[in-house]
Structures are given as C-alpha cells and as structure tokens.
Design a protein around this ligand. Structure first.
Ligand code: F0G
Length: 456
C-alpha cells in the first residue's frame, strides 16, 4: 500500500511552546487538575478538542476580506444559506454563534415540559438544553456503543427496538423529535450507517415524529459510510452526505468542527413552522436572523469551509491522521476505543487504571498525567462529563470512562502524532503508580468545564 499525504502545503506557521516538568507541575496544580483551566501558552500539543481549532485555508482567509458587515441582510448570509441548501439539502437556515446556540433554539422551539427526547447517546450541551426545557433524555444507541471492546463498524447506530419500545411507552405525541448525531462524539466519534438512518426515518415517519440531526461531524460520518458500506464505495462523500441528510427534517450544526472555521453554527429545517419560531427566537438569544452572532466574514469563511469539507481528499487525510495515531498506539498495546473514530483517539482510562474507582476520576487523572509528562492537552469524557442525574442528584456513572485525544483539522503534522503516541506510551508504562483525584469544586451546569480537583 502506498503512503497518503496531506492534500495541502503549509503557508503560515505558528510557533509552539515547550515547558519544563516543573512548569507543568505548577500549571496543572493552578488549573485544579482540569485541562480546561490551563492557559494555552502552557500547552505544547493541544488535543483538547477539534472544536474551533481548525486551520483555515488561504481561500477562507481571502473570504474573510469579503465580509459584508451589515447588521441586516449581509451578502455573506445569503451565500451561507445557499451553501447549506446545496451541500446539506435543508431549506431554511438560522445562523447561531455556535452549536449550542442552535441547540438552545431547537430545544425551546419543540420541547414542552414532560416531553421525551431519544438520542443515539448523549452529548453534554445537547442534553443540557433538552433537559433545561423540561424533557427527559433517552439513550437509544446500540449496546455496542457502550462497549470499548466491541469492534462493530457502526457503533453510532440507533437501536430500533429501544426506540420503538420508548415510542410505545411514552406515546409518539410526547416525543417532539428524535435527535440523531452523526458521528457520535461520546462513543468515540463512531458512525451511523445509511441503512440505519433510513430505518430510523421509516420508523419515525410511521409515528409522525421528526428527526433532527446533530450534523456537527456528519461529513466525517459520510466517509465511514463510503468505506464500510460497499453500496457507497464509489460514491463521493458530498453525495453520501446529501442522501443522509435527506432522511432528517433539519439539523443543528457546530460550525467549529466539519465546516473548518473557528466560530459559528446554525440551525436548519425543512419545516416552515419551526423556521418561523426559530427565526423569532434567534433575535432574542443570538442576533438578527441574518447573522445570528456571527460576523459577516465568519459566515463567508464557513461557506467556503463547507465546500472544502466535503472533498474526498480532505476527509481521507483528516481521518487518515487520526488513524495514523491510532495505529501507533495499537502496536504498543495501549487500550483505546475501536474501531478508530472520526475526530480523535479515545483512551480507555478504566483499562489504564483498573485499580482506581470511577469516583477517583480515572479519565480526568489520565488527562492530567499526559499533560504532566509532555505538555499534551487531552480531555476527560467520563464520569465528570456525564454530570449528575437531575432527579436523584447522584453522579451518572457512564460505562465509558475515556480520555480523548482530539485531532484539530489541518493543524498538526505526522511528527506531532509520533510525539503524542510516545507520551501516551510513557503514561501507560507508569500506570501502576497513579493514585487518582478528588473533586474539590463542582459547578452546577456542565461541570467538566470548570470543576477543580486535587491529587489523592
Ligand atoms: N454536538 C456535538 C456532537 C459536539 O461535539 C459539540 C461540541 C456540540 C454539539 C456543541 O457545539 O461547541 O459549537 O456549542 N463539541 C465540542 C467538543 C465542545 O470538544 O467535543 P458548540
């Protein structure tokens, strides 16, 4: 097999900061052992997230100069609207400052207290807005998604039996929509198949329930469909994406991922009534319905980024880099979620630290250890991220206790991936001496962002 390479060359560079072990010890203690609270100047390779960390192309930077900064009716809005219509296929567009802005508007438009919202696994901000509007969230993802040892190829699939059981139990009129994420972030960036999406569409159509996609990484999902479903082997990603979206009634989008920009988002829908209500709400929370919290130049850069994001060569290189890192870790027997997902490697912190209880925060601990070793910044996706049950007030104890190495798009090189893999190996070799953390400050909402810890 021949090597792959990035389908671009580098035109501008940004220096990285290296630190000493002593500096890192001080920095992580000051940050309460929470990588979200580190200053980025103290970070060497930043794998906290793939959100808003993308490198823009020269075409996108050129587009920035075409910003039409009118309060109302910016030219860039119409360009973005046309692009979303053509690439994703949705009719109406409501721009927002980022994904959670769209989630807020969708949830307050469709959810009433007592409603039930099924989803293929939760995402932190998405579930927050559903619950804040009075709904109960129900995880209807296939069981394989919660099993780090399963190598099922479409771990993002909806379990149709679970969904049907829920519809029978709570009745269709209490389900304002089914939330389908592609790919599923919390399961490790795992895809949902076209067949499954079509089947969810058929089932919900019988009951008159709409589907709203979390389309944040839907282009990445399309690559997996191209690779794993022989029916789509020769189909361009752009076409796969469009068919996939045709089974949904609309979508929320964080422009900070697939669309290759640093800020922005949108809500789209084919339903004129939802559009009407969302367009009313957006002016309250985000800004006028032709900018929604984005500058004109940001909308222009996103319109260009969306076109770049659906190119097969881009997506192959993007996911190819994640796989390269995964293959190195695999060779060294490091435990992580398989198959390798779209936007990062999810280390299995339970398998790193079998001697720690989940309430000693193994994934949070691993993120801190990795930073201490080499200045690499990862993110907890385990019990801290899962938060507390709104009814019982107890920790939700997710099966998955993961530390995420998230790869920003077009930012780091293969040599950086080598360095990351070596650092993870070092932490793995030292795993037995690690003692865990205790939480000393816990915020009320989305606690993982600002919680503070101390070593045990
Ligand atoms: N949906 C998914 C699947 C996401 O991954 C995110 C953000 C959002 C919605 C919310 O979008 O950040 O633009 O408000 N995920 C980031 C992450 C924060 O690091 O995984 P946002």
């Amino acid at each position: 097999r021949r090597s792959w390479a990035e389908p671009y060359k580098i035109k501008a560079v940004e220096p990285l900061h290296m630190t000493t072990r002593e500096q890192r010890e001080r920095a992580i203690a000051d940050a309460g052992y929470n990588t979200f609270l580190l200053h980025s100047r103290d970070v060497y390779i930043d794998l906290l997230t793939d959100s808003g960390t993308n490198a823009m192309s020269d075409r996108q930077w050129a587009a920035i100069m075409l910003g039409d900064e009118a309060y109302a009716g910016s030219e860039n809005f119409y360009h973005l609207e046309k692009t979303v219509r053509e690439v994703y296929g949705f009719k109406y567009l409501v721009p927002t400052h980022q994904g959670r802005g769209a989630e807020n508007i969708l949830s307050s438009t469709l959810i009433r207290p007592g409603h039930h919202v099924p989803g293929n696994m939760y995402f932190t901000t998405t579930r927050y807005h559903q619950e804040a509007n009075g709904a109960t969230f129900h995880d209807v993802v296939v069981d394989e998604a919660h099993d780090t040892s399963s190598d099922f190829e479409f771990k993002g699939n909806v379990d149709l039996a679970k969904l049907e059981r829920l519809i029978d139990e709570v009745r269709a009129d209490q389900i304002p929509y089914v939330c389908v994420a592609a790919t599923v972030n919390m399961a490790g960036g795992q895809p949902i198949s076209m067949d499954n999406m079509r089947a969810v569409r058929e089932l919900t159509a019988r009951h008159g329930i709409p589907i709203y996609l979390d389309a944040t990484r839907a282009v990445e999902n399309a690559l997996f469909i191209q690779e794993r479903d022989e029916h789509y082997a020769g189909t361009p990603i752009a076409e796969i994406l469009k068919e996939f979206c045709s089974y949904a009634d609309g979508a929320t989008m964080s422009g900070k991922k697939d669309p290759l920009v640093n800020i922005g988002g949108w809500l789209s829908t084919n339903d004129p009534d939802v559009y009407e209500e969302a367009r009313n709400l957006v002016v309250v929370y985000e800004g006028l319905h032709t900018y929604g919290g984005m500058a004109g130049r940001d909308m222009e850069a996103m319109a260009v980024g969306i076109r770049e994001s659906v190119r097969d060569d881009h997506m192959k290189s993007r996911i190819g880099q994640v796989r390269y890192l995964g293959m190195l870790l695999e060779e060294w027997g490091i435990p992580f979620v398989k198959p390798i997902g779209g936007h990062g490697i999810f280390l299995d912190a339970r398998a790193f630290y079998p001697h720690l209880d989940q309430e000693q925060f193994p994934a949070q601990t691993l993120a801190a250890e990795l930073y201490l070793d080499s200045g690499i910044r990862a993110m907890e996706r385990g019990i801290v991220s899962a938060g507390r049950d709104p009814v019982t007030g107890e920790h939700r104890r997710p099966k998955l206790e993961l530390t995420r190495l998230t790869i920003p798009r077009r930012v780091y090189t293969q040599a950086h991936m080598d360095v990351v893999a070596e650092a993870v190996k070092e932490c793995f070799d030292q795993r037995e001496s690690v003692k865990g953390l205790r939480m000393v400050y816990e915020p009320k909402y989305l606690r993982f962002f600002q919680a503070r810890f101390e070593p045990l």
